[in-house]
Design a protein around this ligand. Structure first.
Ligand code: NAD
Length: 487
């Protein structure tokens, strides 16, 4: 049964079959605030069934050649691409992001995740060394780990889920994945393509539900030796604690409080346009979004003025509006949390340069119940302010002047996170110096969000544990063994 009271009803996908649930969670359309689908509220029972299916399929899938696995993954990528428009519409409705963003970023990247890992799995090599004096040679082999537990967040739903599923299955693992309970729709749609793509039953299982129930059941399942998680630092801490008795392999991609450092010799035009984009893309709901902008004092006033002008053109609209740059935030609670940060900043004596409480939001009457908010720029904050220290994960960015290179490095590093930083300067020597000193897993200079999937992705400090990306994902999703032969 797919529909009840006109609501779309999702089912778990276990062992190649759709399995209805006994309990459901309401899922909201963020652009109206109305419930539009019901998502299974799975727990131990459903997770155990999915793990059992994955474990049963593992010997068959892990013994297939990389070429065979690759062909199936490419077929799945082709099918998602064939239905790109339906996926984009669904992602936009479920998450609140603009249809344009879903169409040009989320779904194309989900397709590319499968194609990239389908290709990269064909090109890895292992090591071999000789020990002449001992008549020994050593070599390494890599084998899949087993059933991979994959847990993803709501901000880039299919994009981040496939960023985990693709390398896991390419390496020969079988998976049980749990998307965010707030954005499950596109994962469910992808399950409908599995059979046609030739994905054998049990290789990819998707269980829907909340973190505390379904997520924790997966984290604590003894037959799941590996967990790849993307989400908040607080949840990651709980996952570390809960998985500790099992000594699981963990990869944790977490939050950020990402600085942009703008030196006076920057190409301002390009820098301002890109930094508005890096602050407010996807409603500021990307872990890599800029939320602290440090501007060298000599250009601060001009930068602020021009930045506010460009921000005011960053239109908030209903997700289907092709002229909108920003849609709705994910939930009522999240909207309240993000607005709460602006309120706290005002209480601390800061100024809102544009956005929340200063400019007018223009949303059609039928969308008044949606979770919309203007892109907001805050100035006049101390480094110790919670707006400068905590991850807001919404369309709020804070701007602060600085004088010297040493000072700005210290400020940029003065938070618990260390995910992504951007540097804007034309001085190559300065780029090398500053980039080396920043405590950040990714440093973009004179650009933002340019990703070569071959290279490591991940954060330092509270932003994560481990790296994913071409070789790093291969290493995470396989076990290595060193073999020595004396001859
Ligand atoms: P979240 O931690 O609340 O939830 C993430 C996922 O974990 C969801 O599927 C959720 O159901 C599940 N979960 C929650 N509690 C759990 C538990 N106890 N055990 C197991 N699973 C549990 O995060 P969110 O609010 O969905 O996402 C926003 C966060 O994700 C932000 O902090 C953002 O920076 C981070 N993020 C990081 C990256 C990255 O690559 N570093 C990318 C995107 C988002």
């Amino acid at each position: 049964m797919e529909k009840q009271n006109n609501l779309l009803e999702l089912q778990n996908y276990i062992g190649g079959k759709f399995v209805p649930s006994r309990f459901y969670i309401d899922s909201f359309d963020p652009s109206t605030g109305n419930v539009f689908s019901r998502v299974p509220d799975s727990g131990n029972e459903e997770v155990s069934a999915a793990v059992h299916a994955a474990k049963t399929a593992f010997p068959m899938w892990s013994s297939k050649s990389p070429q065979d696995r690759s062909a199936i993954m490419n077929k799945l990528a082709d099918l998602i691409e064939k239905h790109l428009e339906e996926f984009a519409q669904a992602e936009s409705k479920d998450q609140g992001k603009t249809l344009t963003f879903a169409r040009t970023v989320d779904i194309p990247r989900s397709v590319y995740n499968f194609r990239f890992f389908a290709s990269s799995i064909l090109h890895h090599t292992t090591e071999c060394t000789q020990m002449e004096s001992l008549n020994c040679m050593n070599y390494t082999v890599r084998t899949p780990v087993g059933v991979a537990g994959l847990i993803s967040p709501w901000n880039l739903p299919l994009y981040l889920l496939t960023w985990k599923i693709a390398p896991a299955v390419a390496c020969g693992n079988t998976v049980v994945a749990k998307p965010s309970e707030m954005t499950s729709l596109t994962a469910w749609m992808m399950c409908k393509l599995m059979e046609e793509a030739g994905v054998p039953p049990g290789v990819i299982n998707i269980v829907f539900g909340t973190g505390p129930k379904a997520g924790e059941a997966l984290v604590c399942h003894p037959d799941v030796p590996l967990i790849s998680f993307t989400g908040s630092t607080v949840t990651a801490q709980r996952i570390i604690e809960k998985s500790a008795p099992y000594c699981k392999k963990l990869s944790l991609e977490l939050g950020g409080k990402n600085p942009a450092i703008i030196f006076e010799d920057a190409n301002l035009e390009e820098c301002i346009n890109t930094t508005v984009r890096s602050s407010f893309s996807n409603q500021g709901e990307i872990c890599l979004c800029t939320s602290r902008i440090y501007v060298q004092r000599s250009i601060y006033e001009e930068f602020l003025k021009r930045f506010v002008e460009v921000t005011r053109k960053w239109k908030v609209g209903i997700p289907s509006d092709p002229t909108a740059s920003m849609g709705a935030l994910i939930s009522q609670n999240h909207l309240a949390k993000v607005k709460g940060y602006v309120k706290k900043a005002l209480e601390e004596g800061a100024t809102v340069a544009c956005g929340e409480g200063v400019d007018a939001l223009n949303i059609p009457p039928e969308n008044q119940g949606g979770y919309f908010m203007l892109p907001t720029v805050i100035i006049g904050l101390k480094e110790t302010s919670c707006c400068m220290q905590e991850e807001i994960f919404g369309p709020v960015t804070c701007m602060v002047p600085f004088d010297t290179e040493e000072e700005v490095i210290e400020k940029a590093n003065g938070v618990k996170y260390g995910l992504a930083a951007t540097i804007w300067t034309r001085d190559v020597g300065r780029i090398h110096r500053v980039a080396k000193k920043l405590q950040s897993g990714l440093v973009w200079t004179n650009c933002w969000l340019v990703r070569d999937l071959n290279l490591p992705f991940g954060g330092m400090k509270a932003s994560g544990l481990g790296r994913e990306g071409g070789k790093d994902s291969y290493e995470f999703f396989t076990e290595v063994k060193t073999i020595t032969i004396k001859h």
